[in-house]
Write a protein that binds this ligand. Structure first.
Ligand SMILES: [Zn+2]
Length: 241
């Protein structure tokens, strides 16, 4: 530790010298992301190829169970598994840990995208501004989104055609679950339905609440629960072939 004029504690950050703790963490995260991608672009390629394979498996399905069909119709009356299969053909998988696309652009520049960008910008850490890592007016990008939201494995802008993944976080070993994931993300992409609407249709009311000072409702339980629901009802179990 070393003192700065303003009394700010500095930490030894290796090649970056003595910098504030948060700045050091940001540098290391960025390098980890970049290094991680360089070391394991194969890992992303592998994850992407497994997800494309899962999309193929989904396209080859001949039957979906009654609970699957009934559950999806509760989300929206025009939502059915065959529509999801058709919608999944447009989907692309990209490396979110490497994408410098702004949130707005990731959403295809729509009005919804402007709102998403505004919301995302509110979550940029104050320290990044304070230590000059980013300047006022900075627009959050997809890579930042993964740095800030450490639990996020896949990010799917509503109404877009891309699933951004962090292959270092996403578990892709289970072919059935991959198929369920493709279904989940296609419902966002091709049908423009968000997690709150899905979760409340499937798991009952009050799955989401509005954080203070936000205009966007957030889920009270992990949206991965819906992927598990799809796995149990639309991929595995009787009536699914
Ligand atoms: Zn979701």
């Amino acid at each position: 530790m070393q003192d700065l004029e303003g009394g700010e504690d500095l930490v030894d950050c290796g090649i970056y010298g003595y910098v504030p703790f948060e700045a050091c963490r940001f540098f290391q995260d960025s390098v980890n992301n970049a290094g991680h991608a360089a070391r394991s672009s194969t890992r992303f390629e592998q994850a992407a190829s497994r997800l494309y394979k899962a999309r193929g498996d989904l396209g080859a399905r001949s039957q979906f169970s009654k609970p699957c069909i009934a559950g999806l119709a509760k989300i929206r009356s025009d939502l059915d598994p065959w529509g999801i299969v058709a919608g999944s053909y447009d989907i692309r998988i990209e490396d979110g840990s490497q994408s410098t696309k702004t949130i707005r652009d990731a959403w295809g520049g729509s009005a919804l995208g402007n709102a998403a960008q505004f919301q995302a910008n509110q979550t940029l850490p104050e320290e990044w501004f304070k230590f000059g890592i980013i300047a006022p007016g900075y627009q959050m990008n997809v890579q930042d989104y993964f740095i800030v939201n450490r639990g996020v494995t896949a990010y799917t802008p509503i109404g877009g055609n891309t699933i951004y993944i962090d292959a270092g976080r996403l578990t892709i070993g289970d072919a059935g679950r991959n198929q369920a994931l493709i279904m989940h993300e296609t419902i966002h992409n091709a049908f423009g339905i968000d997690d709150c609407r899905i979760m409340e249709a499937i798991f009952g009311p009050q799955q989401c609440s509005l954080p203070k000072g936000s205009t966007e409702r957030r889920e009270n339980r992990p949206s991965a629960d819906f992927t598990t629901w799809l796995l149990d009802n639309c991929v595995n179990g009787p009536g699914n072939y």
